[in-house]
Design a protein around this ligand. Structure first.
Ligand code: F6P
Length: 513
């Protein structure tokens, strides 16, 4: 990891565009013979960055495990591309973090603290408790953010655009600005933002550092206007910043940061093509056999506390208990793939999900009917097969930055699906009109929404699905990325608007839905 005591280099790099995120586009494993094996990741950012056709663009990311660390150590300055790895369209600089520092920053601060704050996940009678252990973690988080700032400063060409991602890197924009005031810096939050009364659970200095860290950016991007305004509220109430809610700006000590709203959409072309490959067809046949001619309620999530899987199952159980007409006529397909398993809360949550699924099957199953099919291992083609089969999609998070599953199922489903959607998901802002919306804490209302979704007339379902798919694909990942880049560049011309709309770049994927 970068030695924080060394002088920052006064030399600049050559990258005109940079992205920084904790998780990078590639990860490594170790083969039986000891050689490194490379795996490319997917997701909105990977797809978004593919819009940049510039081999000088650099993605800075952290080494997440031992094999990543080895790859980063063996590459000159962590530049995987220079070590001969096939990392995709852009160069990748992977940061070889000391494992303890990384664990404290990622598990301790990012995932156990900031994630919990933004998703309102604490059981407040006992947590959080910011003790000496937290202070050690906070120090690590600061060092981790500084390592990113150092690497970005070293790679960036004069005047380059830098797009810093998410809650892992909330301090990096201000640190980077101090080192390289010539850069155009954007920060993007992929999570919700907590309301001030919850955000101020954080120790005062930590809350201030997170807010001023992001305000070090020229633009701070959010998935919805609701999250952008929550950030502005925090800046106003905790820092005394001046907020313009029409222009979407926050001004602190004479510097103005513009807020942007960029509602990441589903990648229609990719999904439609991928969902019809033989590996998906194969899994679809297996699922069809298990389901028979029954209706399906489908959910696909990381096994993540904020996804509200337990209450989703409780709602399904309530449906079966109170509406016996659904006995033997519906199957709930739930895929909850592993996530953040280093954290005890996530392991406990997975156990709770499995326990409740077993109880539901024990209560209702017959020799020929399994009411709930749960898988807790990751299988992307199987998830796409479930999307295709979905009559109803259940997306009921406690709180979610966007929730792309809500946007993906309508694009992929074969016969059209009814969407039961939490009003606390970012996707609600665009999909509420054609979804059946629920309070995620209200299990009975969720059960009723499932019933309405299951009984929705086919014509209405098809119409709604068409509109849901169109709304879901309005801003595909590549355009989402280009819009942010154009908005950053527009600042030089003094022309940025809070919500930039389509940039001049091509819209590369089919938007018709
Ligand atoms: O929603 C925020 C986010 O960082 C996503 O971008 C990502 O899909 C998810 O959390 C998973 O996080 P992790 O890298 O911890 O698995």
């Amino acid at each position: 990891m970068g030695d924080l005591t060394t002088e920052r280099s006064s030399q600049t790099g050559t990258a005109p565009v940079l992205v920084a995120s904790n998780r990078g586009p590639v990860s490594f494993g170790t083969a039986d013979d000891g050689t490194l094996t490379l795996r490319r990741g997917g997701g909105g950012l990977v797809s978004g960055l593919s819009a940049i056709d510039d081999p000088d663009a650099v993605w800075v990311c952290a080494a997440l495990g031992d094999a990543d660390r080895r790859a980063a150590r063996e590459a000159p300055d962590g530049r995987l591309d220079r070590a001969g790895h096939d990392v995709g369209g852009q160069a990748v600089r992977m940061l070889d973090m000391d494992p303890a520092t990384f664990a404290r920053a990622y598990n301790g601060v990012a995932n156990s603290t900031l994630w919990f704050v933004h998703h309102l996940l604490y059981a407040t009678p006992t947590a959080p408790s910011f003790d000496a252990g937290f202070r050690t973690e906070w120090q690590a988080y600061t060092a981790y953010n500084a390592a990113f700032a150092d690497a970005l400063a070293a790679e960036a060409a004069p005047g380059a655009a830098v797009l810093v991602q998410d809650y892992h890197l909330s301090l990096t924009p201000a640190l980077l600005r101090a080192a390289r005031p010539d850069l155009r810096i954007g920060h993007f939050s992929h999570t919700p933002w907590a309301p001030p009364e919850y955000f101020r659970l954080l120790p005062d200095d930590v809350a201030e550092a997170v807010l001023t860290g992001i305000l070090g950016a020229d633009r701070a991007g959010f998935l919805t206007r609701r999250w952008a305004l929550a950030f502005a509220d925090c800046c106003e109430q905790l820092l005394g910043a001046t907020v313009d809610r029409t222009a979407l700006t926050v001004t602190l000590r004479g510097r103005t940061t513009r807020l942007g709203v960029h509602a990441l959409g589903a990648d229609a072309d990719f999904l439609r093509e991928r969902a019809h490959r033989p590996d998906v067809d194969e899994r679809l046949a297996t699922l069809r056999e298990a389901v028979g001619d029954r209706r399906t309620v489908v959910r696909v999530d990381r096994t993540e506390l904020s996804k509200n899987i337990v209450r989703g199952f409780q709602a399904y159980r309530h449906l079966l208990r109170t509406r016996p007409e659904w006995l033997d006529r519906v199957v709930h397909i739930a895929f909850a793939y592993p996530s953040r398993t280093d954290l005890a809360e996530y392991r406990d949550y997975t156990a709770q999900v499995q326990q409740l699924a077993a109880e539901i099957n024990a209560e209702f199953a017959t020799p020929s009917w399994q009411p709930l099919i749960l898988h807790v291992d990751d299988d992307f083609p199987r998830s796409l097969a479930a999307y295709r089969l979905a009559d109803v999609a259940l997306v009921n998070p406690i709180r979610d930055g966007m929730n792309l599953v809500a946007k993906e199922v309508p694009v992929v489903s074969d016969r059209g699906c009814a969407l039961v959607l939490s009003r606390e998901a970012g996707a609600y802002a665009e999909l509420a009109d054609d979804a059946l919306t629920v309070n995620p804490y209200d299990v009975i209302a969720t059960a009723e929404a499932l019933h309405s979704a299951l009984t929705m007339p086919a014509g209405e379902r098809a119409d709604r699905t068409k509109r849901l798919a169109a709304a879901s694909t309005a801003l595909p990942p590549q355009q989402w990325f280009l819009d942010q880049l154009h908005a950053l560049h527009a600042l030089d011309a003094g022309g940025d608007t809070a919500d930039p709309g389509p940039g001049p770049g091509p819209r590369p994927v089919n938007e018709a839905g």
